[in-house]
Design a protein around this ligand. Structure first.
Ligand code: SIN
Ligand code: CO
Length: 381
């Protein structure tokens, strides 16, 4: 789906994605009535319970009884879940977009915030009064009411304190500033750091469209580790510290200045290589989610329209394309076509026909690995 970033949309309460990003993103909450007026087909209680029973799908069951919270991890067979008539419990399933095409489509509506920020769609079912308690998240989130009603209270707690000895992080000093009842189709955007508590009013289904934002340390660690892994054979990588000019010392515990300089050089050697830094960053960011596997398929019968598998992550920068943790240098027309594939997550047959021999071979190997698929007719881009 091609996004029109300057067109007002009901998804964002009549704002265009441009205006939403400028006014609200990471800045202030937004309540949107009837963001998605029609129910999302395929995202219902039965589908959620089936996923929660599946091995390899991350799910949690949270229950509040007599003021005590309990937390269990799935998978859960239907019999392991409490009866629907029992109030105060909720089942949360993470990464639903990896498993259900409808959830993947839902996540795709938020691509205006950039693919690297999209994390996942979590869907929760709650019986009457169910919820996860007042808490704070460090990520941006859109809370979309899929079915039923949920009362949200949100606030900004300056010094959040947690209730001690709880299996989940519950705020002891929640100070709500706003309260809204969300009906099916309504959505609430929350920037990181806003405390919130959503309590089901009757049974309800809520989707959380979550965004990731790495810390400086996380990026540093991931990028440097990858650069080191990839530089084993580089010239200079095995250069060993030498101290032929070391004089005899009567301060044997003192770290020699030469070794400190050597360490600075070791780090600088990595940082001064922007091309491999860009590669490492793109490879990391395009890494598929853990526990993701692709089903290999037979090669394409010919040059025809293709679409990325919903589990595939594809990104690019000025010189490379990245797909599922791998990087490829690309330039010219092939680069433009690959970038189109990444942006639209599909290429029509005419575009596929224009790929050079190497790019076409690459595309076929991705098809073979199940990273993309042939589509019938045109993919609609
Ligand atoms: C929920 O769906 O109950 C929890 C979503 C959240 O607060 O992050
Ligand atoms: Co939350």
């Amino acid at each position: 789906m091609r996004m029109t970033i300057d067109t007002p949309t009901s998804l964002l309460g009549g704002l265009s994605p441009q205006a939403f990003m400028r006014r609200h993103w990471q800045k202030k909450p937004l309540l949107i009535r009837l963001a998605l007026p029609a129910a999302e087909p395929g995202l219902d209680r039965a589908a959620l319970f089936a996923l929660a029973a599946t091995e390899g799908v991350e799910s949690r069951l949270i229950e509040q009884r007599d003021g005590r919270w309990s937390l269990r991890h799935g998978p859960f067979s239907r019999r392991q879940l409490p009866p629907l008539s029992r109030p105060g419990w909720t089942l949360l399933v993470q990464g639903v977009d990896l498993h259900l095409q409808a959830a993947h489509r839902l996540l795709s509506r938020f691509r205006f915030a950039s693919d690297v920020r999209l994390d996942d769609v979590m869907i929760s079912y709650a019986s009457d009064g169910g919820g996860v308690g007042p808490h704070i998240d460090s990520y941006d989130v859109f809370l979309l009411q899929l079915a039923g009603r949920r009362r949200w209270r949100i606030g900004r707690t300056k010094q959040p304190m947690l209730v001690p000895d709880m299996p989940l992080k519950i705020l002891a000093n929640f100070e709500p500033e706003h309260e809204w009842m969300l009906e099916a189709g309504d959505m609430l955007y929350l920037p990181p750091g806003w405390t919130h508590d959503g309590v089901a009013d009757g049974e309800c289904l809520t989707a959380s469209i979550g965004f990731r934002a790495p810390t400086l340390n996380e990026v540093g660690m991931q990028v440097l580790q990858r650069m080191l892994d990839g530089s084993d054979d580089d010239e200079g990588a095995g250069t060993r510290y030498r101290d032929a000019s070391q004089v005899a010392t009567d301060q044997p515990a003192c770290i020699p200045a030469g070794l400190t300089e050597f360490a600075v050089d070791a780090v600088r050697r990595l940082v001064d290589d922007p091309s491999s830094l860009h590669c490492a960053l793109g490879e990391w960011l395009s890494e598929p989610k853990p526990q993701t596997w692709f089903e290999p398929v037979a090669a394409l019968p010919g040059r025809r329209a293709v679409a990325l598998d919903r589990r595939t992550r594809m990104l690019y920068d000025g010189m490379h394309v990245f797909i599922n943790g791998e990087s490829f240098v690309s330039s010219g027309r092939d680069a433009r076509l690959m970038q189109r594939l990444a942006d639209h997550r599909a290429l029509d047959a005419k575009a596929v026909a224009q790929l050079g021999a190497d790019a076409w071979e690459l595309l076929q190997s991705w098809v073979f690995q199940g990273w993309l698929h042939a589509v019938e007719g045109e993919p609609g881009n």
